[in-house]
Design a protein around this ligand. Structure first.
Ligand SMILES: Nc1ncnc2c1ncn2[C@@H]1O[C@H](COP(=O)(O)OP(=O)(O)OP(=O)(O)O)[C@@H](O)[C@H]1O
Ligand SMILES: [Mg+2]
Length: 252
C-alpha cells in the first residue's frame, strides 16, 4: 500500500477534554474513504489536524513521505492537501466565478488581488470556468453566490475545495442539509471528480446510505479514537460498530 497520508499516534486536547486520543491511520491514494462516528467523535478535529487548522499536542503526520505535522495550512495546500467545511464557507456577496477565482489565483501565486481585478486574469478565468463546468455551475457564474440554492452552494464549496487541484481532499459533511435530489447530485459529482481528477477524497458523513454507496473504505471514530476501519461490507458486520454507532439502522 502506498503511504499517502500517514497519521501516527496523534492526540489533541481542548483543556481537559481529549478530542483526539491516539489516532493512527494510513490512507492510500485513490481510495475513497468515509469517516463516520457519532456527534463529537472527533471527525472534524481530525480533519483540522490533517489540514493544518490545528496542530496536535503529540503524534506525527506525513503526506507523501514528508512530515507535515506542524506545517501551516497554505503550505499543505501547496503540497496538495485541501478541504471543504462542515459549515458553509463561501463568499456570499462575490459571484460564483469569483468564489472559484480566489483559490485558483492563490494557487497561481496571485493571492490577495482586488476582486475587481480578478476577472482580467484570463488564464485563471479560463481555469475557473472549467471548474464551474465540472461542477455544473457555469450558467450561474455571474450570480452572487449567496443567491444560489442550498444544493448549488454545496456544489460551489466542492468547487472551491478542488480549485487548488489537490491530490487529497477532505470533505466535511458535503451533503448535510440537502434534499435527497440535491444530495444525489453532490454524491454523483464526488464520484465523477474522483474518477476524472487525480484526487483522493476523504469524506465525513452521517448519512449511512451515502457512506455505504460511495466509500471504498470506512473509518469509524468514537470518543476521539478509531473504533474500526475496513471495507464497507466488513464495517456493516462489525459488532462493536453496530453496538456503539450504527445500531438499528443496519439491522433493518
Ligand atoms: N475548539 C474547540 N474547543 C473546545 N472543544 C472543542 C473544540 N473543537 C471541538 N471540540 C470538542 O471536541 C469534540 C470533538 O468535536 P468534533 O467537532 O471533532 O466532532 P465531530 O465528530 O466532527 O462531530 P459532528 O458529527 O457533530 O460534526 C466535541 O466534544 C467538541 O465539543
Ligand atoms: Mg464535525
Amino acid at each position: 500500500m502506498t503511504e499517502f497520508l500517514k497519521i501516527e499516534s496523534v492526540a489533541k486536547r481542548f483543556g481537559d477534554f481529549a478530542a483526539i486520543n491516539g489516532v493512527s491511520l494510513t490512507l492510500p491514494a485513490d481510495r475513497l474513504t468515509a469517516i463516520i462516528g457519532p456527534n463529537g467523535a472527533g471527525k472534524t478535529t481530525l480533519i483540522n489536524l490533517a489540514t493544518g487548522a490545528l496542530f496536535p499536542d503529540s503524534g506525527t503526520m506525513h503526506f507523501k513521505g514528508e512530515a507535515i505535522t506542524r506545517l501551516p495550512i497554505h503550505r499543505r495546500i501547496h503540497k496538495g492537501l485541501s478541504r471543504s467545511f462542515q459549515i458553509m464557507n463561501i463568499f456570499a456577496r462575490l459571484s460564483v466565478l469569483q468564489n472559484i477565482l480566489v483559490p485558483v489565483l492563490s494557487r497561481r501565486g496571485r493571492a490577495g488581488m482586488p476582486f475587481s481585478k480578478m476577472e482580467r486574469e484570463q488564464e485563471a478565468v479560463t481555469e475557473a470556468r472549467r471548474i464551474l463546468g465540472e461542477i455544473g455551475l457555469l450558467d450561474e457564474q455571474n450570480d452572487p453566490a449567496g443567491e444560489l440554492s442550498h444544493g448549488d452552494q454545496r456544489l460551489l464549496e466542492l468547487g472551491i475545495a478542488i480549485a487548488p487541484a489537490p491530490e487529497l481532499c477532505f470533505l466535511d459533511e458535503p451533503s448535510s442539509g440537502l434534499t435527497p435530489v440535491e444530495r444525489a447530485r453532490v454524491l454523483d459529482l464526488i464520484r465523477k471528480l474522483s474518477a476524472a481528477r487525480h484526487t483522493t477524497f476523504v469524506i465525513v458523513e452521517h448519512d449511512m446510505d451515502v457512506v455505504f454507496s460511495l466509500a471504498d473504505w470506512i473509518v469509524v471514530m468514537n470518543r476521539g479514537q478509531v473504533l474500526a476501519e475496513g471495507p464497507p461490507a466488513e464495517i456493516r458486520e462489525n459488532r462493536a460498530v453496530r453496538e456503539i454507532y450504527l445500531g438499528e439502522e443496519l439491522t433493518a
